[in-house]
Design a protein around this ligand. Structure first.
Ligand SMILES: Cc1ncc(COP(=O)(O)O)c(C=O)c1O
Length: 390
């Protein structure tokens, strides 16, 4: 290392700090087989940590659809959408999304992260105000911090506070309110009907990031906005969770679509998703629309989980497949996560800065791939681990 290598020193210091705080993140390799997850030592686990809520990621008909897409359209899209990257497979998917969700237009992105950033960066300007729920996803917060508009954060799901902030910013030009439909680390719903109503009263636009509600809520899985009977101005749909794949769509009006096509740099200057993927996503979409038994099974699993853990204050009751178990300290959370893992249950161990300090939690997620017995076994063991830790 050079004596004056500031970057190298900074990297070491920051890694050391994370290590000392027990907050160092690392990546482990897993492979999936026959509904189980295996680590590199071939140790099997039941997966209670993923976002494949509807159990589609390994569905045989979806895999066939993707293979058909590869045969028909090839491996890659070859260019950004405005050059030659946009195909009939992309067009079919966009139209199916519009039909399902009741929007004029859809615009496809390679990830929810880029879709969120594209909208905020391209739509908002210097004298605008961006109002975000405090618990919004990192992609939204980062865009808010770096965009030209002034960002204000309202306390989680606090519509009164949002309203007073809208009132206080009446003199600024555009006001743009952003919330998740289902909060990723808490599994609770945003009060979308009330938020829509205050936005209307104050001439503000509303964008809903429904990464965790789409596919799961609503009669045909249309998500949290549909379940709340409202239409946001912009809806972000991601394909990495209930869709079992990856990518995202911005659902919007014809005008916003035309605007983003000119100005959204994440769209204009990025290679389009492979058409085979778009083809497979159309297949997933039709499964989500028609196979309501998957949502019914999730509800049944959820009932089993909460019934077994009744009276356990650490377990937050939700109607979504996201079940937070808020344990407070990182140490306590890690002890319980390790015990569950040693018994074959993999759960999400979530630490600050992903969640606020002193709210380290297990993020347990339900999936159609799990059985009621497996959920019950996890719940019984979890209760025992929590009681032992007291
Ligand atoms: C609420 C929310 N929005 C956006 C994203 C980013 O989506 P993607 O994984 O497609 O980049 C996530 C992913 O974790 C999320 O939870």
């Amino acid at each position: 290392m050079r004596q004056d290598d500031h970057l190298q020193r900074r990297i070491e210091q920051k890694l050391d700090t994370r290590r000392q705080q027990q907050l160092l993140r690392s990546v482990s390799a897993f492979h999936h087989q026959d509904g189980k997850l295996f680590d590199t030592d071939n140790q099997p686990y039941l997966n209670f940590s993923g976002n494949d809520y509807l159990g589609l990621a390994h569905d045989a008909s979806l895999i066939t659809a993707w293979q058909e897409g590869l045969d028909t359209f090839g491996a890659g899209s070859t260019a950004s959408p405005l050059v030659t990257g946009f195909s009939s497979a992309h067009q079919t998917l966009e139209r199916a999304l519009c039909d399902w969700l009741g929007f004029e237009r859809a615009l496809l992105f390679n990830s929810g992260f880029s879709a969120n950033q594209a909208v905020i960066f391209s739509l908002l300007e210097k004298h605008d105000t961006l109002l975000q729920d405090k618990l919004n996803h990192a992609s939204l917060m980062e865009a808010g911090m770096l965009c030209d508009a002034k960002m204000q954060r309202f306390p989680h799901n606090n519509v009164h506070k949002l309203e007073s902030m809208l009132h206080a910013t009446a003199q600024t030009s555009a006001r743009f309110v952003v919330t998740e439909g289902v909060f990723s680390m808490d599994g609770d719903l945003s009060p979308l009907a009330d938020i829509r109503s205050v936005c209307d009263q104050h001439d503000a636009w509303l964008m809903v990031d429904d990464a965790h509600g789409i596919g799961v809520l609503g009669e045909q899985g249309q998500g949290s906005a549909h379940a709340a009977n409202i239409q946001p101005d912009i809806l972000i749909v991601t394909f990495g969770k209930a869709f079992g794949m990856m990518g995202a769509a911005v659902m919007c009006s014809e005008h916003v679509h035309d605007y983003l096509t000119q100005f959204a740099r994440h769209y204009v200057y990025s290679t389009a998703m492979p058409p085979a993927q778009a083809h497979a996503l159309s297949h997933t979409l039709s499964m989500i629309r028609t196979q309501s038994w998957r949502r019914e099974k999730l509800s049944a699993l959820s009932a089993v989980f909460h019934e077994e853990l009744q009276g356990c204050d650490e377990v937050i009751e939700t109607i979504t497949p996201i079940k937070p178990v808020v344990l407070g300290s990182v140490e306590k959370m890690q002890v319980i996560a390790s015990k569950l893992k040693a018994n074959g249950f993999l759960t999400g161990a979530i630490r600050p800065p992903t969640v606020p300090v002193n709210t380290a939690r297990l993020r347990i997620t339900l999936s159609v791939n799990q059985s009621e017995t497996q959920v019950k076994d996890l719940a019984v063991l979890l209760r025992r681990c929590i009681e032992e830790g007291k």
